[in-house]
Write a protein that binds this ligand. Structure first.
Ligand code: SAM
Length: 445
């Protein structure tokens, strides 16, 4: 690997006699790791446990994930090991038994959003924001697969979220950065690196942090993370935050054998010290501030009782939800405990979803969505067929597969007990309702 000269100089000065070990570690293969979905128990083979995340595992080799139906069912997320440390930071600093309002400000593709979702209780709301529009689709897809249903996906610049000042108990800023920690995994990051790009990143991060700081409730938590080692993006920015806003850094209790470096104003992961990529994380608590957001009601078109009755066979604990019609006639489910919080977020943001879309009503029929099939709110005892791997992959390719079907109407397709999507059985015909854009495009032998 030919590192940029200025990078080499910086990291040499920083690491001193550890420099050679650092360089050697970058010549080794990047570890593959997954994080299991606590909502979807599966028989996914795991390997060595990741020390800082109870559901994280290293795999001894990188399988073709596309060919594993459990991956499509959201049984696990393929995530770089170091970044799973966010969960430990949350566990140590947040009371997770309380209903929380949580914002993932730089969320796509959703690795840390799904990680946060796994930690939250059923009365918590998770807002996943991504400023780049073309990246919102993958974020939505990953959230739908994960199955946690109390989320809103938004598409805003952090500075446009001012109406939510003081609203969130937890804000995660997983900032766009120079990516020094990804040089081994993604050589593109190395080719794009320059001192100038570091300066641009650092300034952008300050802007994001400033907007994020305002969104945190008094006594709330702000987590800042990057996948770089650069002090201009990490320590300088975190120090700056404590100077310009009312935040204090919170120290975490970290076992020494995790080999995470307690660097000034945060924690740094180096690939020669941990089995993972370069990563930086810092946690802050807001000292004071106003939670002066206005609890706003949005006028939503509530589904009539007669139509709500059509949903009953599909939704577990239906009494826990309110159902609304969007202008395009799709139905969204909002947990009734969280109606006020959903209203406030929806009022404050223009470009956002409005809760999990569960289906539409056509005539006297309810047409369920794929998101409902994969979500935790779906009724457990719906008609279903269990497919073996070969046929499950055919379903995921939207090809014909063999099935002995006694049922008719809407039937869930399952693989090892995990929902993969819907088919509709009409007489001898099976209609596959897997969204076209989700279908496996790869040739399978
Ligand atoms: N949190 C994600 C995950 O774990 O999967 C990865 C996030 S990535 C490190 C940073 C994200 O910030 C990218 O999705 C990028 O599009 C977004 N971003 C870029 N410029 C931004 C800006 N000015 N404000 C907020 N987010 C920005």
């Amino acid at each position: 690997m030919n590192f940029p000269e200025a990078f080499t100089q910086q990291i040499k000065t920083r690491l001193g006699d550890q420099y050679q070990a650092f360089i050697d570690s970058l010549q080794t293969e990047s570890p593959t790791s997954i994080r299991l979905n606590p909502f979807k128990k599966s028989s996914t083979p795991t390997g060595e446990a990741i020390p800082w995340h109870s559901e994280g595992y290293y795999l001894s080799e990188r399988p073709v994930f596309t060919l594993d139906p459990a991956f499509h069912a959201g049984a696990y997320y393929v995530q770089e090991a170091s970044s799973m440390f966010v969960a430990e930071a949350v566990k140590q600093t947040v009371n997770l038994s309380k209903p929380l309002k949580v914002l993932d400000l730089c969320a796509a593709p959703g690795g840390k959003t799904t990680l946060l979702a796994s930690l939250l209780n059923q009365n918590s709301l998770l807002v996943a924001n991504e400023v780049i529009k073309s990246r919102v689709g993958i974020l939505k897809e990953n959230l739908e697969k994960w199955g946690f249903s109390n989320y809103i996906v938004a598409n805003h610049d952090p500075e446009e979220m001012v109406e939510l000042e003081g609203f969130f108990d937890v804000v995660l800023v997983d900032a766009p950065c120079s990516g020094e920690g990804l040089f081994r995994k993604d050589p593109k990051a190395m080719n794009e690196w320059s001192e100038n790009s570091v300066n641009i990143c650092s300034a952008r991060q300050k802007r994001i942090l400033q907007a994020a700081a305002m969104l945190v409730a008094p006594k709330g938590i702000l987590i800042y993370s990057t996948c770089t080692y650069n002090e201009k993006e990490n320590q300088q920015n975190t120090q700056w935050l404590t100077q310009v806003a009312d935040f204090e850094e919170i120290k975490l209790n970290i076992p020494s054998d995790w080999n995470i470096d307690d660097s000034r104003n945060g924690y740094q992961f180096f690939p020669h010290r941990v089995k993972g990529e370069g990563f930086f994380l810092s946690v802050f608590k807001k000292k004071f501030g106003d939670d002066n957001y206005i609890q706003a009601k949005v006028k939503l078109n509530r589904l009539r009782n007669r139509e709500t009755a059509l949903l009953e066979p599909f939704i577990e604990n239906i009494e826990d939800f309110d159902f609304f019609l969007k202008p395009d006639s799709s139905i969204v489910a909002i947990p009734n405990e969280l109606a006020a919080e959903y209203g406030t977020v929806m009022r404050a943001l223009d470009r956002r979803s409005s809760g999990i879309e569960i289906g539409t009503i056509k005539g006297t029929d309810f047409v369920p969505t794929h998101a409902l099939a994969l979500s935790s709110i779906i009724k457990k005892d719906l008609p279903a067929i269990e497919l073996l791997k070969e046929d499950a992959l055919k379903f995921l390719k939207r090809e014909n597969f063999e099935a002995d079907l006694a049922q008719s109407g809407w039937v869930l397709v399952r693989y090892e007990g995990l929902n993969l999507g819907w088919i509709k059985v009409i007489g001898d015909r099976i209609n596959n309702y897997l969204p076209k854009e989700w279908r496996i495009r790869m040739d399978i032998e």
